[in-house]
Ligand binder design. Structure first.
Ligand SMILES: [Zn+2]
Length: 148
């Protein structure tokens, strides 16, 4: 659980090269208490924003993903929650690694991975908190390896 005090706090989670692109929804009410992560889509749907925190620490990390227009009928597979779906649900999300380099993952385009994992955990009897921690660890791992 972490808390985002205000809009500046939320913007500060993002790196300099992304900060200007962050579109904060008008209906966000601060402070926001986040259990695992916060994700939202830009009104145009072109960008998806993700904010999570390092366990045990209060540092927050924000990633501004861009949804690349991938076409095709083959089912896609989310690398974080392992859901499959069509190109309107799962696709390549890319983030700026630097001014010149982008890195990407195939993910649920709305980043509702946790909800999907929790529904599956409820059916299989797995501990949903363990699953949530594993998911945020995957987010952290991606961020550490490629972005921060
Ligand atoms: Zn997913």
């Amino acid at each position: 659980m972490f808390r985002i005090e205000n809009e500046n706090d939320l913007r500060d989670a993002f790196r300099n090269l992304d900060r200007d692109a962050v579109e904060i929804p008008a209906d966000f009410r601060f402070p926001i208490y986040v259990r695992d992560y916060l994700a939202w889509r830009e009104s145009s749907g072109a960008r998806v924003f993700l904010v999570f925190a390092e366990p045990e620490q209060r540092k927050t990390f924000g990633i501004a993903f861009r949804a690349d227009q991938s076409r095709g009928v083959a089912p896609h597979h989310c690398e974080w929650c392992h859901s499959t779906g069509g190109s309107s649900e799962i696709g390549l999300l890319t983030a700026n690694a630097s001014d010149r380099k982008r890195v990407g993952l195939h993910l649920c385009l709305d980043l509702t991975c946790l909800g999907k994992l929790e529904s599956r955990a409820n059916l299989s009897g797995e501990n949903s908190r363990v699953i949530a921690r594993r998911l945020t660890a995957n987010m952290m791992d991606f961020a550490r390896r490629t972005l921060f």
